[in-house]
Design a protein around this ligand. Sequence first.
Ligand code: SAH
Length: 434
Amino acid sequence: MQDGIHYYRRMHPKRPNSPSPQRRDNRRPPASPAFDRLIQRPVCPEDDRPLPKIVAKGAVWHPFLFRRQLGDFDPKAQPGDLVEVVNTSGITQGFGLFNPKAEIAVRLLRTGVNQPDDVWWSERMESAVALRRDVLKLDSVTDAYRVIHAEADGLPGLVVDKFGDVLVAECFSLGMYQRAEAILSMLEPICGTRHGVMRPGPNSIDHEGFMAVPTGSEGLPAKSTIQEFGTQFRVDFAGGHKTGFYCDQRDNRKKLAEFCAGKSVLDLCSYTGGFAVQAKKIGHAEDVTGVELDESAAALARDNAKLNKIKLNIVQADAFSYMRDMLRNGKKYDVVVLDPPKLIRSRDEIEDGRRKYYDFNRLAMQLVAPDGILLTCSCSGLLDLAEFSKIVCAAPEFGRRVQVLMKGGAAADHPIATICPESEYLKTMWLRLE
Ligand code: SAH
C-alpha cells in the first residue's frame, strides 16, 4: 500500500479544451520527459491539426492493437496522443490512444472514420452512467459501484468507481492517465460527485512506462464510508488496493450471506472484510473469521466490524499457513469463501498460477464441514471458466461428493465486452461438499 495522497487542482468541467493546469503543490520533481508525459491534457486535442497516423497491418476491430500488429508510426506521434489508425493503403480504420512503450500500443476508442470529439466522450460517459442508474438501478442498493468498466463501456484502459461523492479512476494506459482529470471533471456533474482520485493501474512502469502516485482533488478525505445493502464499509483512497473497494463481488457477498445464518464462516483473502462483514451483518452467521495477509487491509476489516457493530475474528496471516494450521487442529467451517488475488498476471505465470489455484482450493475444501458450502473465485482473466472449473473439480479429496450449485461472475456494473472475451475476468463457483 502507498502512503499519502497528492492533490490536483481540478479542471473546469465546462471547458474541456482549456489549457491543462499545473499541479499546485511544490513536490513536482524536476522536469523530465517521463514526468512531462504525466501532465494532464483535455480529452481531445486542442487544435485542428491532423492526427498522427499509425499503420495497422490487419483488420481493426478489437480494442487492443498490439505492437506486433502495427506497421509504421508517424514520427510526430507522442506517447499518450490520440492517433488515427490507417490500413496499409492509408485508409482510416479508427482512432485510439497511443503508447509506443506499451505492448498494447494503441487502445482503440472508435472504429470508422469519425474522430472522437467532446460530444463522443460525453455520450460514452452518459451511457455508462445510465446503465448503472437507470437500467441496473444501483442507487437503490448501494452508493458504491463501477461507473466505467474499460472496453465494455467503450473506454479501454480506464475504470472508474463511484464511492459516495468520490470518483476513483484507475488508468491502465498512459493516454487515459493523461486525460484522467478531464474525464473526472466531465463525469462529476453526471454522477453528482464532489471529489476525484486518479491512480495508475498495477505495474504501470512495466506495462506502460510511466509511474505516478495516487492523486486526489483538493479537499478529498483520506477515507470515506460507503454502504452496500445497508452495510457500511470504509474505503481508503490512498492506501487501498485497486480503486479501494471491490464492487464486483457485491451480489456474491449478498448471495453468500444467504447460506450463513447460525453457521461458522471462513473468509480467506478477506481484504477489508467484504464477505466476512456481510456474512455476519446480513447473514447472521454464528462466528466469522477473515484471513488477510495485508496488515492495513486487515486493520480496515476490523474497523468495518466496529462500524457495523458486529464481532469478527480478523487474522492477519498468509491464508496457506492459516489453512494448514487449522487442518492440523481439525477445525472445520460450514461456509468457506476463497477470493484470492489475481494469481495469473501474464502468460508466463499460467502454469504456476494454475498450481496455486489447485493448492488453494484443495486446502480450502478440506476445511469445509460435511454438507458445507464453498464459494471459490478467480479474478485471473487469463484463466477462463472452463479451465478454472477443471482445476476446482480436480481439487476435492478422493471419494468426497461435491456438487456445483452455480457458476457466476462479477456484478452487472462490470459488464463483459463481446468483442473482448478476456474482459470476463471474475469467475465464481458455488459448491456443496457432502
Ligand atoms: N473478498 C474481498 C476481496 C479480496 S482481494 C472483498 O470482498 O473485498 C484479495 C485479497 O487477498 C487482497 O486483500 C490481498 O491482500 C489478499 N492476499 C493475497 N495473498 C494472500 C495470502 N497468501 N493470504 C491471505 N491473503 C492474501
